[in-house]
Design a protein around this ligand. Structure first.
Ligand code: PGA
Length: 251
């Protein structure tokens, strides 16, 4: 069990379609923000970012460019993100990796984000689990490759979101069991400590994501050893998200 401040990140993905709806979700979510032991991070689409920057909720984005400046049509740089009110960035989400984002690209984006003092939420997660434990090697490689060239002085700006891909967006809300999540948290933490050879690696928050809802949040936070959640669908429903926040801040 962890006694650190909890972090619950809302990944709105490509939702909602209008600023009016976005503002409503944002304002309704804000009502749950009185709990001092939980940091709430809202990651809306870029287009709404500026609208919410004066709020007490922390803001993040869902991705950023591999490039830093110049002629890159449609791209958003780490500097733009930092200068427009965001403090966090999700990097290497499985939905972006599915579009061809490699560990190499993830690594470069992390460098860009850290150089602008953004906090990086690095997503890792296996597609399937096999009985021989190959998935552990997969996670290890994902971590090793994504963290290449990341200096340990940036550890305080680092979070890991463990998201097994089969649980992300699962229509039955089939989250991984708290027991399996706990094992993975230990595995990831061990790897971080070995990789950075630094005691501060023990303090890197490890979040869980994939089918988190009000019903399973308390059990996962209590028995999964995580420091919080990365929430997709339920972050668009302030009532459900509020339930997740409540469950997280109780522990
Ligand atoms: P979900 O998505 O909560 O809808 O499963 C999680 C995520 O994509 O981070």
């Amino acid at each position: 069990m962890s006694y650190r401040k909890k972090i619950v990140v809302a990944n709105w993905k490509m939702n909602p379609p209008s600023l009016k709806e976005a503002t409503k979700i944002f304002n309704d979510t804000k009502k749950f923000s009185g709990r001092s032991n939980t940091e709430i991070v809202i990651c809306p689409p870029y287009i709404y970012l500026n609208q919410f920057r004066k709020s007490r909720l922390a803001l993040g984005v869902q991705d950023l460019s591999i490039s830093t400046v110049g002629a890159h049509t449609g791209e958003i740089s780490a500097e733009m993100v930092a200068k427009n009110g965001a403090k966090y960035v999700i990097i290497g989400h499985s939905e972006r990796r599915a579009m061809g984002e490699t560990d190499e690209i993830v690594n470069k984006k992390i460098e860009n984000a850290l150089s602008e003092n953004l906090k990086v939420i690095l997503c890792v997660g296996e597609k399937v689990r096999d009985e021989h434990g190959e998935y552990l090697n997969f996670i290890k490689a994902e971590l090793r490759n994504s963290l290449k060239r990341v200096n340990r002085k940036y550890l305080k700006n680092f979070l890991i979101a463990y998201e097994p891909i089969f649980a992300v967006g699962n229509k039955n809300y089939a989250a991984l069991s708290p027991h399996d999540i706990y094992q993975m948290v230990i595995f990831i933490r061990k790897h971080l400590v070995e990789h950075f050879n630094d005691a501060d690696a023990r303090k890197v928050p490890i979040l869980y994501g994939g089918s988190v809802e009000e019903k399973n949040a308390a059990d996962i936070i209590k028995n999964g050893g995580v420091d919080g959640f990365l929430v997709g669908r339920q972050s668009l429903d302030p009532k459900g998200f509020g339930g997740i926040l409540k469950a997280s801040s109780k522990i």
